[in-house]
Design a protein around this ligand. Structure first.
Ligand code: C2E
Ligand code: MG
Ligand code: MG
Ligand code: MG
Length: 291
């Protein structure tokens, strides 16, 4: 009896694993086919400066217009793309398209020429020998200046450094592109690793920001990350700001930039351009004017 159960359990386990593998394989095939069909494109989430009280830039976030399943978000894309290595091509497509957008916005609204664009870079991308070259080509082809670009690398990825990734980082720095440490507080990097990593910006993870108004420890973590960032001469961005209360606390703490649903969700390129136009005309978002 016990043996029978054991066998059945094994079968169930096996079946679940089999289904999961089949699903990944299907998604992999679909991503592979979707890349040349331009099914992937960026949405843009605005980032606001708490000092100037203006729109400061956008983060590009991948979306998938799937022919059967419709509009898909990164959680349905990134894990399989990472596993299969397709993420490298995907990230570059997103960066290319996002740079095309930025380039045309700044041409039409030159008064907003100091806006930055941040692009997420998968950890596996960092050790690709042709990374710096690929980025250089994207900037050249789109006419975007390196000073408008920031690359986001998650805290967990900054620990996995090797010769190739160090060379890439060096070349990226030499090009004048800035780096940001994403989701800070969730990884296990040491202070020494953070100090050695040539980033100009640190992004406080959303999980701390979302709890900071109710949970004293989360508030203190945000305060500590902000102080750490500033003491290493980095700008600090708080992500996932959803309430006025969080915004007020972040302003009190001295955080530099905010990003979150309190202001805007990630937007289509058309809606993002409307914000660029308003920014070029000197517009200050109502949520920030009274601060
Ligand atoms: P991330 O880089 O930390 O991006 C921020 C995520 O938080 C975005 O989710 C954004 O929509 C969401 N978010 C922003 N403000 C709020 C808020 O106030 N409340 C809540 N609940 N969420 C908020 P999204 O677009 O689903 O992206 C998820 C993650 O997928 C990103 O986290 C990033 O790690 C990854 N990702 C997105 N696009 C790319 C890409 O092109 N390449 C790579 N390698 N990774 C990407
Ligand atoms: Mg990011
Ligand atoms: Mg983040
Ligand atoms: Mg995050």
């Amino acid at each position: 009896k016990a043996k029978e159960q054991g066998v059945n359990k094994f079968k169930v386990f096996n079946k679940a694993m089999h289904e999961k593998a089949l699903k990944s394989l299907l998604i992999e095939t679909e991503i592979r086919q979707g890349i040349p069909e331009n099914e992937f494109f960026p949405y843009f989430q605005p980032v606001y400066c708490l000092h100037s009280k203006r729109l400061a830039g956008f983060e590009a976030l991948v979306r998938w217009n799937h022919p059967q399943r419709g509009f898909l978000t990164p959680d349905q894309i990134i894990p399989v793309a990472e596993e299969t290595g397709l993420i490298v091509e995907l990230d570059r497509m997103v960066m290319l398209e996002a740079c095309h957008c930025l380039s045309s916005w700044l041409k039409r609204h030159p008064a907003a020429s100091d806006l930055f664009l941040t692009v997420n870079l998968s950890p596996s991308q960092l050790s690709k020998p042709d990374l710096a070259e690929a980025i250089e080509k994207i900037l050249y082809d789109t006419g975007v200046s390196s000073k408008n670009i920031k690359l986001e690398i998650t805290e967990s990825a900054i620990m996995e450094r090797n010769t190739a990734s160090s060379q890439n980082l060096k070349r990226i720095e030499e090009m004048g592109i800035k780096l940001a440490v994403d989701d800070f507080g969730t990884g296990y990097s040491s202070l020494a690793q953070l100090q050695r990593f040539p980033a100009s910006t640190v992004k406080v993870d959303r999980s701390f920001v979302s709890r900071m108004a109710e949970d004293h420890e989360s508030l203190e973590i945000v305060r500590a990350v902000n102080a750490l960032g500033h003491s290493l001469s980095m700008d600090v961005i708080a992500e996932g700001v959803e309430t006025r209360q969080q915004l007020i606390l972040l302003k009190q703490i001295g955080c530099d930039y905010v990003q979150g649903f309190y202001f805007d969700k990630p937007q289509t390129k058309e809606d993002a351009e409307k914000l660029v136009k308003m920014r070029a005309e000197g517009f200050c978002p109502p949520g920030l004017t009274s601060m």
